[in-house]
Ligand binder design. Structure first.
Ligand code: SF4
Ligand code: SF4
Length: 347
């Protein structure tokens, strides 16, 4: 089947089939906050309100807090007990292209030098079913970073809204196997494919925010020491860390042990470079001032990460813009870099 289609009214049945094999996650409302939650086995009402989640799907593969292992001290030293493996892989239904792409960026981090077994096992056993955006936020700028609201590059299956149905494209072998096993999908017609093409073009045109990423690494490098600029950039930030916790490509974590008598547990939990004590060391703190921390956040994504992995670690999902309590805006920071003119002159 080149491409398939499925009725929107049959999505709940499809999720029910997939639940036999996977733990299915769908967008869900928790006291007004859109998050990912295990599908309740009932319906697919999220299709009516879903634009994107506040908490990105990285939280499924890299939870805000998780136990790494338990330990016990005995006569022969420490005994370590790893958490039991998950019984099923995760299937994320409706992941947006920017967030799927963010996972492919996180993969580079979690595979680099040291392979992180917690994250990588979940990724290996997971399936991503993408759902193209039809109404991007005005804070979204994925098209400036090589993405689009219907980009299928990082998913296994891609769904495009064509009215009462979704056009389904299998992108990977995992996706092909998944769609081949269901009787709910039917072959798409040329007219369905034409409708999907039109929907994709319309969606791409709805991303109105743009940034210039040309030579951005060089521009940041040239303006790195411009303290006045970074102080202005950081002035209104309250160091709450929301922009990093909810960024789908941020991955900093802290490790802590809980110990009672001779037994305990080691946890890891999300951390943020926005926090003043993030880089606290016994004799100094290289990022005590707020401007240095904001500079780190921007430069990590647009300067240091491309230098290491040849990719910008931002997908333009816009969360850090729409969720910041003081309206800090990374696109404005990049648009007003003081080195802009200097780099142009040097070229
Ligand atoms: S969300 Fe806004 S206020 Fe909070 S740390 Fe980020 S830039 Fe600062
Ligand atoms: S930096 Fe902002 S726009 Fe870029 S991926 Fe993170 S939250 Fe999204």
């Amino acid at each position: 089947m080149a491409s398939a289609k499925i009725k929107k009214t049959e999505i709940a049945k499809l999720l029910s089939e997939w639940s036999q094999e996977f733990t299915v996650f769908v967008p869900s409302q928790d006291e007004g906050v859109a998050k990912w939650a295990r599908w309740d086995g009932k319906e697919a009402s999220f299709l009516a309100w879903y634009r994107n989640t506040v908490v990105p799907p990285k939280a499924i593969f890299f939870p805000p807090m998780e136990s790494m292992f338990r330990f016990q001290k005995g006569g022969d030293g420490y005994q370590v007990e790893l958490p039991p493996p998950a019984e099923k892989g995760c299937l994320i239904f409706g992941i947006r292209p920017c967030d799927a792409r963010a996972l492919s960026i996180l993969d580079m981090t979690f595979k680099d030098t040291y392979e992180d077994p917690y994250y990588l096992t979940r990724r290996k056993n997971g399936v991503l079913v993408g759902l193209g955006c039809t109404s991007p936020y005005d804070s979204c700028f994925c098209t400036s970073l090589g993405g689009s609201p219907t980009d299928a590059a990082s998913v296994d299956l891609m769904l495009t809204d064509i009215g009462g149905e979704f056009l389904v494209e299998a992108i990977t072998d995992k996706g092909r196997e998944l769609i081949a096993r269901t009787s709910l999908a039917r072959a798409a017609t040329k007219a369905d494919e034409a409708r999907a093409k039109e929907a994709k073009e319309l969606a791409g045109g709805r991303v109105i925010r743009k940034i210039n990423t040309e030579a951005v690494t060089e521009r940041l490098l040239a303006g790195f020491e411009d303290k006045d600029y970074w102080e202005r950039v950081a002035a209104k930030c309250i160091s709450c860390g929301i922009c990093t916790f909810l960024c789908p490509t941020c991955y900093c974590f802290d490790i802590s042990d809980e110990l009672i008598n001779n037994q305990g547990e080691r946890f890891r939990s999300w951390d943020s470079c926005a926090f003043p004590i993030y880089t606290q060391m016994p004799v100094e703190n290289p990022r005590e001032e707020k401007w240095r921390r904001l500079r780190q956040k921007v430069c990590h994504k647009y300067e240091f990460y491309p230098m290491s992995f040849d990719v910008i670690a931002c997908t333009g999902c816009g969360r850090c813009i729409r969720l910041c309590p003081v309206n800090w805006d990374i696109t404005q920071v990049l648009a007003n870099l003081p080195a802009e003119e200097r780099v142009k002159l040097e070229k």
